[in-house]
Design a protein around this ligand. Structure first.
Ligand SMILES: [Zn+2]
Length: 60
């Protein structure tokens, strides 16, 4: 069974800030990350970070 996942990528350092099953609005995901990149501390603007959509399979 697979679920859509959403991955937040910091626009500055390119690190993955957050990745989760896409069940919440993007703004909610950013808020859970305190609106900051945990790697470089850049404040995330919902209009600036990139979002990767994909699917993650849970086979177990
Ligand atoms: Zn960053």
């Amino acid at each position: 069974m697979s679920y859509p996942i959403i991955e937040i990528i910091c626009g500055k350092c390119g690190s993955s800030v957050n990745k989760m099953i896409n069940i919440k609005p993007i703004k909610e995901i950013v808020r859970q990350s305190n609106g900051k990149c945990r790697n470089c501390g850049t404040l995330l603007n919902p209009n600036e970070f990139s979002v990767n959509f994909g699917e993650k399979s849970f086979s177990s």
